[in-house]
Design a protein around this ligand. Sequence first.
Ligand code: PLP
Length: 393
Amino acid sequence: MELSQRVKNITPSSTLAITAKANELRASGIDVIGLAAGEPDFNTPEPIIEAAIKAAREGHTKYTATSGLSALKEAIVKKIAHDNKIHIKSENIIVTTGAKHALYLTFQALLNPGDEVIIPAPYWVSYTEQVKLAEGVPVIVNGLEENDFKLSLEQIKQATTEKTRAIIINSPSNPTGMIYSKEELKEIGEYCLEKGLAVISDEIYEKLVYDGAVATSIVEVVPELQKTAVMINGVSKSHAMTGWRIGYAVADSVLIKAMTNVASHSTSNPTSIAQYAALEAYTGSQESVEHMRQAFEGRLNRAYERLISIPGIRCIKPQGAFYLFPNVKRAAEMTGFSSVADWATALVEEAKIAVVPGEGFGAPDYMRLSYATSMENINEALDRLHTFMESHI
Ligand code: PLP
């Protein structure tokens, strides 16, 4: 069957090959430790689950408004006032089917064919493909390891053309875990304001910050950006709710209306009972969020310490999210592999650990290793990696 050009332009997720290999080995009874996950391993906190069950029993099983339940949008207004010190109204919010759909709707509503979007690399895999689906042009700019993988203002200036419509800022970042400082955000925000560039600020890992680090929204630092920025967030990572599919976008009401229009013809509304669950997530106790954050921090410290003791591996200590993003080019070479991708395949097949090669994030010398798994798995996986390296050097 002949497929659309639009779909042919999309690259399948590069993480799939390793995940498929790991699943295949697991199915044949081999114990592979997965460090590829992009989601918390915790179950959703009990009160949130209870709220969803209650909503279903009370008959909240019908369509909701496309942009989400009023009560949930009110809760998000309060969350943003409290956490981000930004004062918005309900009309500035659309609740979406995960943060991923908030991003998708943003590009659909914002981009004309040929519009350029600056995407800092290493990047989360869906940005480039979503921009292409909206007939935009991803402009990849490499964040340097010396600058914690973050873009400098100079790099952004150099990448800006007459066609630049938007820039993505993902802080804390997937895959690097790096956080832009307030000073850096101020510089970038003011430049975007001056040039009329939309800032798409993906803040999904906002709550997962370590060692005293703080993730600030660029809109908090440059409040005038409220007119031209889109804040993306949701409950997936903060409240261990990836499967519930609730995210949101905050933007000028004109853009939100346009996004709502697109959503009304695609998803109608996010799942009603999941919205009630998210309402509990935002209005109930935040103790479990902090509890999970602390568990991630303990795992990060352990995993980081072990990782940097392995020959051929160097890594900047992440400040947020739940990934380590080491440079492993030397490790691959030391063990006879010409690419990190081939080395990662050997890690699955021989060492029985699944990691994600950096290629898919636009950084082929690196790998992403998720510590959203038990301490026991982390210890065992890093033992296996160490043994693999020692036996191949
Ligand atoms: N943005 C980033 C940087 C992510 O890592 C993810 C999920 O992996 C998302 C957005 C999407 O989140 P959600 O599961 O809410 O769609």
